[in-house]
Write a protein that binds this ligand. Structure first.
Ligand code: ZN
Ligand code: ZN
Length: 265
């Protein structure tokens, strides 16, 4: 294999490396890991979207029947995160799907990257998963009341209490990061029309998923590498990378995301 490319930061520790996930490379996307140890560390999350058919376009976990039924029931009840004034799920979904909210929900099953019926399907799935995560964690958390951030943390603690990564929890958290980025792009009116198959969009989701997996170690009190705060480092690199336009060189992205900050609301 030719090694004529510039070393890139390891997704886990940030160390410059030329080693990349070979299955994902075959799929057309490069994710760098300095060592088999660091690749293995996030494997429980990464394996769900690794390699041809899954890595590009990113094979996001489709919403289940039960999740869709819950959203359907709560269309007028749930407030959507982000933006200045809280809106109901129905008020958010209709303009985004360009059809009644009930129809949007009906058209959601199937591959998330299939945008033939819903142009913004990947964004809608991220949004809905973000909404579900919030309601799940605020219901699941028993202490302390009143602080949503702490409730989210407590919720994650509960799902990894057996010490095993929960891919579903990682998918939910990934959706929160990605939904934040897409909201920024929409807010600055620099959201492209077709992005479901774009390399940057897949890369954002892979990176956010790996970061989510590292966050789960933090929350579970597991320290895989005591010499380095892995999640904090990954979070800082992720933020800088997003602010710089996510490797696209797209000046609209750079302009829109210059002030980007990840909020975990
Ligand atoms: Zn590493
Ligand atoms: Zn891979």
């Amino acid at each position: 294999m030719p090694h004529d490319f510039i070393p890139q930061p390891c997704e886990v520790c940030g160390e410059a490396t030329k080693n990349r996930c070979s299955s994902c490379h075959k799929a057309g996307i490069d994710l760098f890991f300095c060592s088999p140890e660091h690749q293995k560390l996030v494997w429980p999350a990464h394996k769900c979207v690794c390699g041809p058919g899954k890595a590009l376009p990113f094979a996001a976990l489709p919403l289940s029947e039960a999740e869709l039924a819950e959203l359907h029931r709560r269309l007028d009840e749930v407030a959507v995160p982000g933006g200045s004034a809280p809106r109901t799920l129905r008020a958010e979904l209709q303009p985004l799907g360009r059809k009644p909210a009930e129809t949007v929900l009906q058209e959601l099953p199937g591959p998330v990257s299939d945008t033939s019926r819903l142009l913004h399907k990947p964004l809608i799935v991220c949004l809905l998963r973000h909404v579900l995560a919030r309601s799940f964690y605020s219901r699941a958390a028993t202490t302390p009341p009143g602080d949503p951030r702490l409730q989210v943390r407590a919720g994650f603690l509960m799902v990894i209490v057996d010490g095993v990564h929960n891919p579903f929890a990682a998918a939910q958290m990934t959706a929160q990061f990605v939904h934040n980025i897409l909201s920024w792009l929409r807010g600055f009116e620099v959201m492209p029309h077709n992005y479901a198959h774009a390399t940057w969009f897949s890369l954002v989701q892979h990176t956010a998923l790996i970061m989510s997996a590292l966050f789960q170690y933090d929350l579970g009190g597991v320290t895989p590498d005591p010499s380095r705060p892995l999640f904090r480092g990954a979070h800082a690199r992720f933020t800088e990378w997003v602010k710089a336009g996510m490797g696209t060189g797209n000046p609209h992205f750079v302009r829109g995301l210059a002030g980007f900050n990840i909020t975990m609301d």
